[in-house]
Design a protein around this ligand. Structure first.
Ligand code: SF4
Length: 245
């Protein structure tokens, strides 16, 4: 059990909604950075979505990218500052829709960065619209009758998309239980280690609740992550070439 708060977490109140998974993921980043001794050289790239709210509560160096562009901005930052550790902290709406070309081409180039995608299946900051990762039948503000796969297309799966690319690491975790949070933290730490060892592109997706836009209590939101999101998007490590190149 860990009770010590990483020093990169400030006393400021966060702006995340009660029950949001973003705060858990942000803390995992802080813990991994502290354990690896990289907190002072970590650059976190965010956009204008809910992930950007970590800027107000964490002390990392930060670059604010255009919406959907943290991954490509992080790639540029890393090329310019090879001594830094660079993390693109982004949501599923941005990584898989607005910035999908950045995600694909950064992976194809095996850019030596970490992309951390918090997947809650909606565009959270802009009002809960359907994202590429919205589940079949899931109601959102732009799909009030539920996602119709025939009409809207099938949900996007990053593992099926870049799983065959020559990248260092691809994993999906979840925050629906303490055990899963621990596993997710190890995934984030491993991705940082691979960047430190110049192994190339790592993407860690974390399944996470958005109680506000799901219209559920925090407890029911966690239940949905476990019983619906995780069933559709299995967690695990899908590419792990960090040690072999
Ligand atoms: S809108 Fe959703 S993702 Fe954004 S802070 Fe609130 S609960 Fe979290």
């Amino acid at each position: 059990m860990k009770y010590k708060v990483p020093y990169t977490v400030t006393d400021s109140l966060s702006s995340w909604c009660p029950g949001c998974g973003h705060g858990i993921v942000a803390r995992l980043v802080c813990e991994a950075a502290e354990e690896l001794g990289i907190s002072e050289k970590l650059i976190v790239v965010t956009d204008v979505a809910c992930g950007s709210l970590l800027v107000g509560v964490l002390t990392f160096n930060n670059i604010g990218a255009a919406h959907g562009r943290p991954i490509i901005t992080a790639a540029g930052a890393k090329r310019a500052r090879k001594d830094a550790v660079v993390l693109a902290h982004i949501g599923d709406g941005a990584a898989y829709s607005i910035g999908i070309e950045s995600t694909i081409h950064a992976a194809l180039r095996n850019e030596n960065i970490v992309a951390l995608v918090v997947n809650n299946g909606v565009f959270g900051m802009t009002g809960g619209q359907m994202s590429p990762a919205t589940l079949p039948g899931q109601k959102t503000t732009s799909s009030p009758a539920g996602r119709d796969v025939e009409y809207n297309g099938a949900p996007f799966d990053i593992v099926k998309t870049i799983g065959q690319y020559d990248i260092a690491y691809l994993a999906r975790g979840s925050v629906d239980s303490p055990a899963e949070v621990t596993k997710a933290g190890k995934m984030i730490k491993k991705a940082f280690e691979y960047q430190l060892n110049n192994k190339g592109f790592s993407l860690v997706e974390i399944l996470s609740p958005c109680p506000t836009n799901w219209g559920l209590s925090p407890r029911d939101s966690m239940r949905r992550v476990k019983e619906e999101q995780k069933v559709f998007y299995p967690v695990g490590e899908f590419v792990d070439r960090g040690g072999s190149k």
